[in-house]
Write a protein that binds this ligand. Sequence first.
Ligand SMILES: Cc1cc2nc3c(=O)[nH]c(=O)nc-3n(C[C@H](O)[C@H](O)[C@H](O)COP(=O)(O)O)c2cc1C
Length: 172
Amino acid sequence: MLELLKTRRSTRKYKDLQVEKADLDKMLKAALLAPSGKNIMPLEFVVIEDKETLLKLETCKHPGAVALKTAPLAIVVIGDTEKSDTWIEDASIASILIQLQAEALDLGSCWIQSSKRKSQTGENSEDAVRKILDIPANYGVLNIITVGHKDETLKAYDESNLNFTKVHYAKY
Ligand SMILES: Cc1cc2nc3c(=O)[nH]c(=O)nc-3n(C[C@H](O)[C@H](O)[C@H](O)COP(=O)(O)O)c2cc1C
């Protein structure tokens, strides 16, 4: 587990190669296995493989959506805001599980934030994503997770990156 956590880095450049269906299914299984507050399971996932739509989604976040320029796949993580008051926490857990499963398959991934962010035109990023993907208004859009075969090499973390001064024992 620690090796996987050290190796996972945000990949923003992908090869022009599709992600295998079996690998996509594994990432979706990881997402669907995520725990949720009160076990309400308010999350849904929108899988995008169409290049034109991926490029449209790039305009929904500015800056910081460069990963969508080359990604062959994105999973949009949404939660029913009327069903649960922990949908953001739930969606965050599912997101990192998708990213870790991607890394376990030697695929790169990147979290592109929508919640509390703006689009290229200054519009609310969540509204922009909802419009493009026909997502109902009661669903919050936490992020867009891009996935693909890595076309850049980022250094894995090692023990020297771990800041143990952030850890407090017994009292702050
Ligand atoms: C809540 C959250 C929001 C993020 N938003 C973006 C984003 O909008 N665009 C982006 O390219 N990366 C985004 N990232 C990725 C971070 O920039 C990245 O995880 C961080 O710089 C550490 O790098 P690493 O993932 O390679 O360890 C986000 C990550 C998190 C956890």
